[in-house]
Design a protein around this ligand. Sequence first.
Ligand code: JB2
Length: 208
Amino acid sequence: MEKIVLLGGGGHAKVLIDLINACGSYEIAGIVDAQLDVGVSVSGVTVLGDDRILSELYEKGLINACIAVGSVGDNSKRKALYEKVKNAGFLVPALIHPSAVISGKSHIREGAQIMAGAIVQTDSIIGENTIVNTGAIVEHDCTVGKHVHICPGAALSGGCLIGEGAFIGAGATVLQGIKIGSNSIVSAGAVVINDVPDNAKVIGVPAK
Ligand code: JB2
């Protein structure tokens, strides 16, 4: 079985460890983490060092990486880590929990993470390094950009366009055909009925 290294050993990493073990498609070689001590165990996976050891791991043939740092309201860390490992030559496979429902007519890009119970419907695109978190719904004909986080239980209705780096909070609802701008934040529980520009933050019902 091919091996994979996780970048980050916090809460999101624990959920990904469950996902990868449930898939059975990769053996987790270890975690690199900016703060955790070498040898610490996270859900049974050992911390190997910090990001400085990535090149050594790659030279030893460990070519698959997973961005296991999550995000709350700011996807820039995930973007930076993704670009760092890609530039270093790593492959960042899409990871899909076996309980997710993924249309055969959807497109899941490199490094996307589709967590337990999520649904991605027909003709939707999930961009590179984007998280569709637990139980989130992406309806038909949505285009979700790179480095987006769709949080647990959020729902995108059909034909939505989600810009790069956007954050859709837990339980938020985005009505059909709405455009959410790049790096914008939709707060938890918001109901979005109008387009949201780039770099904006909206809250409430209806979201403003
Ligand atoms: O540059 C880095 C780096 N920056 C932080 N490189 C590496 N290799 N690791 C990094 N980290 C590590 O990510 C931190 O040292 C820490 O161990 C981990 C982040 O853990 P935390 O539990 O704080 O956050 P998370 O991103 O795993 O989870 C958040 O986002 C998820 C989506 C939490 O809020 C979760 O509740 C949420 N589900």
